[in-house]
Design a protein around this ligand. Structure first.
Ligand code: FAD
Length: 368
């Protein structure tokens, strides 16, 4: 029977990036995916790379910043290996957030953001930056406008490119194969049992996103957090150039003229149904910001499941079972965190000391 050095469970962006990184270290890798590779949260994501965001939990900031710095090279390598283009944009983000939140969080917004001034004072330059934008500061003076040097990426292109790069490297895939449990022999991981067969490997890593807790023998406290989104066609390419975020909605432009509008955050189990009224509410919130969107054709609507955890931090590292590892729970930031996750997890799995201390993210924190 064929065997591998490592089995990666789940072909989302986390599993794919890690499979590639392990392969770079010379390991023979099998990726086992219950559905089609790259069609769950990593396909549904907006693709904002929010490393300086007020929503980022403090415990995650260092990892988030490290990953954001790795992004241009991460994308360049995937493009080189796959031959597929990835839309990575560096125009930046206009963030409108409650002034109280901004000051509570950082005392001085300038302290941790590259550029931050009240929306009222920014009125003229906002008009220059985004002529189509009706800045919410005009009608909601309690909002502070911040300009953030954040990038955004098209997650579907990113994931498609990672799949192609992994195949190009000779990484094996078994799709439509649901892992039921990690097999243990002599107290160590020895492979996985799926609904159709068994695969053996000396190491297994659980990258099953929102479903990670369903795979035995350890129960990780991951849960699905549903997000609904839509995409419209802008009147022309670069009609809105920045990512725009307000407390009600966010807008993520793509270079081909699409505008992604999101997103809800719902606790509704593994349900991925779209609710027309909810989508319409998001669309109306986008029209409030960019009145011309009233005539923008809706190209697509969708929903996906973020892998949430009780403390909103990912679960990274070894488990109690030698040879069995976990990399999941990336919640709202899995696209951003893919490069650094792959790097540190490959270090842990190949017995090197990771460049970053992963204690905060240990699976053991939930059993203490
Ligand atoms: C609406 C929405 C907007 C988002 N926006 C952003 C954003 O702007 N920026 C950002 O950084 N992140 C964003 N995210 C979060 C991001 O999408 C996730 O954190 C990230 O995709 C998680 O990647 P993953 O590989 O862990 O999970 P997934 O992409 O869900 O992959 C997990 C894979 O495991 C497979 N699997 C599950 N169980 C099994 C099993 N038993 N056997 C085999 N395979 C299995 C699944 O089929 C799936 O393919 C968003 C998410 C959503 C839903």
């Amino acid at each position: 029977m064929k065997s591998w050095d490592a089995i990666v469970v789940g072909a989302g962006i986390i599993g794919l990036s890690l499979a590639i990184e392990l392969n770079k270290q010379g390991l023979r890798v099998l990726v086992v995916e219950k559905g089609e590779p790259g069609r769950e949260a990593s396909w549904a994501a907006g693709g904002m790379l929010c490393d300086s965001s007020v929503e980022t939990p403090p415990g995650l900031r260092e990892l988030a910043t490290a990953s954001a710095c790795m992004y241009p090279e991460f994308v360049r390598q995937l493009e080189d290996e796959s031959g597929l283009k990835i839309d990575l944009r560096s125009v930046g983000t206009l963030l409108f957030l409650d002034s109280q939140v901004a000051s509570l969080r950082d005392h001085s917004p300038q302290g941790s953001y590259p550029f931050a001034v009240p929306a009222s004072a920014l009125a003229a330059s906002l008009q220059d930056l985004e002529p189509a934008l009706r800045a919410p500061g005009a009608t909601a003076p309690h909002l502070t406008a911040l300009y953030l040097k954040e990038r955004c990426v098209d997650p579907r292109q990113l994931t498609a490119s990672a799949i192609a790069a992994a195949r190009h490297r000779g990484i094996d895939f078994s799709s439509g194969d649901q892992v039921l449990a990690v097999e243990v022999a002599d107290g160590k991981a020895s492979g996985v049992r799926t609904n159709t067969t068994q695969f053996s490997a000396g190491m297994v890593v659980n990258c099953a996103g929102a479903w990670a807790g369903q795979i035995g023998p350890h129960g990780f406290p991951t849960r699905p957090v549903k997000g609904q989104m839509l995409c419209v066609a802008m009147p022309r390419k670069e009609f809105v150039r920045h990512v725009v975020r307000t407390p009600d909605v966010y807008l993520i432009p793509r270079s081909d003229g699409r505008m992604v509008i999101g997103a809800t955050s719902e606790e509704s189990g593994f349900d991925k149904q779209m609710v027309p009224e909810t989508i319409e509410k998001l669309r109306q919130a986008a029209i409030e910001l960019v009145p011309e969107f009233v005539d923008a054709p809706v190209l697509e609507t969708w929903a996906g499941l973020r892998p949430g955890t009780p403390d909103k931090l990912p679960i990274l590292g070894a488990t109690q079972t030698p040879g069995y590892f976990v990399a999941t729970g990336h919640f709202r930031d899995g696209i951003l965190l893919a490069p650094v996750t792959a790097r540190v997890m490959a270090e842990v799995m190949t017995g090197r000391t990771p460049a970053r201390n992963l204690n905060t993210f240990s699976a053991h924190r939930f059993s203490r």
